[in-house]
Ligand binder design. Structure first.
Ligand SMILES: *Cc1c(COP(=O)(O)O)cnc(C)c1O
Length: 464
């Protein structure tokens, strides 16, 4: 039985017939990795807590020996995410024992950060070189600059995200190519990008980055945490590895720390799988099960996150106490190239849904649930900018003042003093992270209550 043609893990390059009749995304979200249990008929995967598995003769088993190496709940979750990210998603009806024979090209870890560690440790040689986007996730920046350096691995940070200065996608691509070419060294092995970036939500042209990187023989990693597999599927855009902090949208309920990667190339996958077992930073069975349950509503949650975020971004633009709104799907002439690049990188499932609602690349459209904006602090109060922002955030009642993102509940934070406090003041200035910049993780509550909450917080901040 061939489940995955994409990974060619069985050496069979011809696509299996089922690939051409693959189920749609919203069906895969529910069914991949969730075939009814072969033994009992249970509709939901049982939690398999065993740490070790019986062999009928020495070396004869059902694909499970020891839970660090493989476990049914982790395998089911890996099959689900592979099915969402791969352009050829595999057979949704594969049972646990079939999956154990033809493993999905996905690996789950105990956190998103453990995924970063696994990729750097298994794919970058001692004294190798990484090219990373400048505004990469803070923990990834910390790993590159404080941990990978101990193996002589250097990282160059490049600023290749599109801003309002770009006149067109084509002109921007020329600029990106120039910047990347200047950063490549003979020992460059990895290019690490994240789009949209955090917290300024600027978009990176994945196809151009992949084309340039592949010409140099480098592996392209895209951290897809912010968009989730619903809005963006980077393997379709030329990425070699897609990674997620499952902690955020994939699980979506703020109750699991976990990470996952998908890598269709069998040579890359073999190295990563070896490292997963050797390093041992695997997720627990219960967390794997919870994350699978959370992911089953990914499409519904992401649609509401996106609709609420677009509405809030538009609404914020009309408030006189807001200086600037950052949201790649927002309309407006000055934002046209950014919005068109964002549109180009939408997944087929998200684009189809958005078009069915009568929106297109010029009307403005939902693009994930993250919205950043700059307060016009002076309009609210004569106090220091950081104090005004802090008063605004403390006054929120529906939004919770907290780090992280991607859960069903709305969160708000001040990147300059919270998530990005470890970035130097100099780099914060380059990245546009000032004391008026507020980041929202827009949840799936009623958007009218979210807007009312923001207004009352602005009023409270102006009284304080
Ligand atoms: C949270 C996050 C990570 C790290 O994931 P953990 O699960 O917290 O270890 C990596 N990348 C991005 C974009 C994140 O938001």
């Amino acid at each position: 039985m061939t489940i995955y043609t994409n990974g060619e893990s069985n050496g069979n390059a011809a696509p299996a017939p089922h690939v051409h009749e693959a189920y749609h995304f919203n069906t895969r979200v529910i069914h991949a990795g969730s075939e009814a249990n072969e033994e009992t008929g249970a509709v939901i995967p049982p939690i398999s807590l065993a740490t070790t598995y019986k062999q009928t003769a020495v070396g004869v088993h059902k694909g499970f020996e020891y839970t660090r190496s493989n476990n049914p709940n982790r395998l089911a979750f890996e099959a689900l995410i592979a099915s969402l990210e791969l352009p050829e998603p595999g057979d949704v009806h594969a049972t646990t024992s079939q999956l154990a024979q033809d493993l999905p090209p996905a690996l789950a870890f105990s956190s998103g950060s453990a995924v970063t560690q696994a990729i750097v440790s298994s794919l970058v040689k001692q004294n190798g070189h990484i090219i990373s986007v400048g505004d990469v996730y803070g923990g990834t920046y910390r790993y590159f600059t404080k941990v990978a350096v101990n193996s002589g691995i250097e990282t160059s940070f490049v600023h290749i995200s599109m801003n309002e200065a770009a006149s067109s996608i084509e002109a921007h691509a020329v600029e990106v190519e120039k910047q990347l070419e200047a950063a490549f060294r003979p020992e460059t092995q990895l290019v690490w990008i994240e789009t949209p970036t955090n917290p300024t939500l600027s978009v990176i042209d994945v196809e151009t980055v992949a084309r340039v990187a592949h010409a140099h023989g480098a592996i392209v990693v895209v951290d897809n945490t912010f968009m989730s597999s619903y809005y963006q599927q980077p393997l379709r855009l030329g990425a070699d590895i897609v990674v997620h902090s499952v902690t955020k949208y994939l699980n979506g309920h703020s109750d699991v720390i976990m990470g996952v990667l998908v890598a269709p190339n069998p040579e890359i996958m073999d190295k990563l799988r070896f490292y997963q077992n050797a390093g041992g930073a695997v997720p627990g069975q219960f967390d794997s099960w919870l994350a699978q349950r959370g992911a089953k509503t990914l499409h519904l949650r992401m649609q509401t996150h996106g609709a609420n975020a677009l509405e809030i971004a538009r609404w914020l633009e009309r408030q006189d106490w807001v200086r600037e709104v950052l949201y790649p799907g927002l309309e407006g002439a000055a934002r046209t190239p950014i919005r068109h690049l964002a549109w180009k990188q939408l997944s087929p499932v998200a684009r189809e849904k958005i078009e069915s609602q009568g929106m297109d690349k010029d009307s403005g459209f939902p693009y994930g649930g993250m919205v950043s904006f700059r307060l016009d602090a002076a309009k609210l109060s004569a106090a220091e900018k950081a104090t005004v922002s802090s008063n605004f955030l403390s006054a929120l009642k529906v939004f919770t003042l907290a780090e992280s993102l991607g859960g069903v509940e709305s969160l708000a934070e001040l990147p300059s003093l919270m998530t990005h406090a470890s970035v130097s003041a100099e780099d914060r200035a380059i990245l546009g992270i000032d004391d008026e910049l507020i980041r929202l993780s827009v949840g799936i509550e009623d958007v009218r209550d979210l807007e009312r909450d923001l207004v009352q917080a602005a009023k409270a901040a102006s009284r304080a």
